[in-house]
Design a binder for this molecule. Structure first.
Ligand code: PLP
Length: 410
């Protein structure tokens, strides 16, 4: 089977055809942390990673490779169109491992300026202090600005496919060319858009994602994934300099098993999230309220998304509306949660119910006021990850009532 099949759902169907230990239709959970070696003389080679599970060797130790975790990695790799993948303990575990694997002390990163607050803090605060790695933040939709930010020691161009929370869409093919022409790797956070966009199929080198979000869909596990070439995933397990091997953000096999059970309906979920986000964004816009959703034709990156998106999965399940002030944003979210039972005032996204947060004072609060302004994150911007519980009309009437109640519309 070609692991880099063009259609993500067909690729997943091929990858996810495992039998359980006793012939079960679900793969088994391999709960062992260590694995027996049958012939003592093979131990050194296995330990050095020369005889891994895919080379006719065996598993060795759970922080290195665990079959259940490895299977989940392969399934996500199939979705993303990469040669290989591995699952780890969190999205931040995936991001920090991927970046520290590619960059050494003294290297430089060019990063989009609109990105998840934790990643921003990792680049802006942690990496210079702990690793002597500097980052230049740019508006990634301005390709000239991106090009000009490169230095001789730039090793990574980092973007989110759909940025958090302003939903700017990265032009992956063009960004990949810019990075590759300068000998750097394009690393893309695809947390918001599994199936919707396949960055590796478009030229990215590495995809990272928080599997805490859409990939899982039930807001019950913190998890992350890294997808890339066999060589790159193997390098993360290097005994001397492997970031997953040595920093140890390992996923528990039970978590891997549970998440793998949600992947078969990822496509159905993304379609429904996207359908509802599109209906809500259009209706909010029709009320004359500022709304950000790349599926709307007036979104600045609507055409980019149309060009790079896979067919049939919509434009994502997240939209954001600006209600003018943080006080109004608070009042709206409180009314929606406490009076209307529309959803939950909570960070995160990709849940089956609706999650709402005011980005400037939650998931982007690590950013300075200047950085928030530069990234276009207004104080009254409410990010909504739309769920698919209840009916569309029930949810819309709750939403419209709340808008009236807090004075956003009359
Ligand atoms: N990337 C994006 C775009 C996110 O929104 C988040 C979390 O909100 C992360 C990465 C970090 O993921 P995790 O919380 O699983 O570590």
């Amino acid at each position: 089977m070609d692991p880099i099949k063009a259609n993500p759902i067909e690729a997943l169907a091929d990858a996810k055809h495992e039998f359980g230990e006793h012939g079960g239709v679900n793969m088994s959970i391999e709960a062992s942390t260590t694995f027996t070696v049958m012939n003592a003389h093979t131990m050194p080679e296995i330990f050095q990673g020369q005889h891994g599970p895919d080379e006719g060797g065996c598993y060795l130790y759970g922080r290195h490779f665990n079959p259940t975790v490895y299977n989940l990695g392969k399934q996500v790799a199939a979705i993303e169109g990469s040669e290989a993948g591995y699952a780890c303990a969190s999205g931040m575990g995936a991001i920090s491992a991927a970046i520290t694997q590619i960059c050494n002390a003294g290297d430089h990163i060019v990063s989009t300026d609109t990105l998840y607050g934790g990643t921003y803090a990792f680049f802006h605060d942690y990496l210079p202090l702990k690793c002597n790695i500097e980052t230049t933040f740019v508006a990634a939709h301005d390709l000239e600005q991106v090009e000009n930010a490169f230095r001789d020691n730039t090793k990574v161009l980092y973007v989110e496919t759909m940025s958090n929370p302003t939903l700017r869409v990265s032009d992956i093919p063009k960004l990949a060319k810019i990075a590759h022409d300068r000998g750097a790797k394009l690393v893309v956070d695809n947390t918001f858009t599994p199936l919707v966009v396949s960055p590796i199929r478009l030229g990215a080198d590495v995809v990272v994602a928080s599997a805490t979000k859409f990939l899982n869909g039930a807001s019950d596990f913190i998890a992350g994934v890294i997808c890339g070439s066999y060589e790159f995933i193997g390098s993360l397990m290097d005994l001397h300099v492997g970031s997953l091997m040595l920093l140890g953000p390992t996923m528990d096999p039970r978590t891997a098993f549970d998440i793998s059970l949600r992947l078969p309906h990822l496509g159905l979920r993304m379609v429904e999230h996207g359908k509802r986000a599109s209906i809500f964004a259009q209706r909010i816009q029709d009320l004359g309220i500022d709304v950000i959703y790349p599926g709307l034709t007036d979104h600045p990156d609507h055409e980019v998304l149309k060009r790079i998106a896979n067919d049939d999965y919509g434009a994502g399940g997240v939209f954001a509306l600006d209600v003018g002030s943080s006080e109004r944003a608070d009042a709206l979210m409180e009314t929606l949660q406490n009076d209307e039972r529309f959803g939950y005032m909570a960070v995160s996204l990709g849940y089956f119910d609706t999650l709402m947060s005011c980005s400037a004072r939650s998931t982007s609060s690590e950013m300075t006021d200047e950085a928030l302004r530069q990234a276009g994150i207004a104080p009254g911007l409410v990010r909504i990850s739309i769920g698919y519980t209840g009916s569309v009309e029930q949810r819309w009437s709750q939403f419209e009532r709340a808008l009236k109640r807090v004075g956003v519309i009359s």
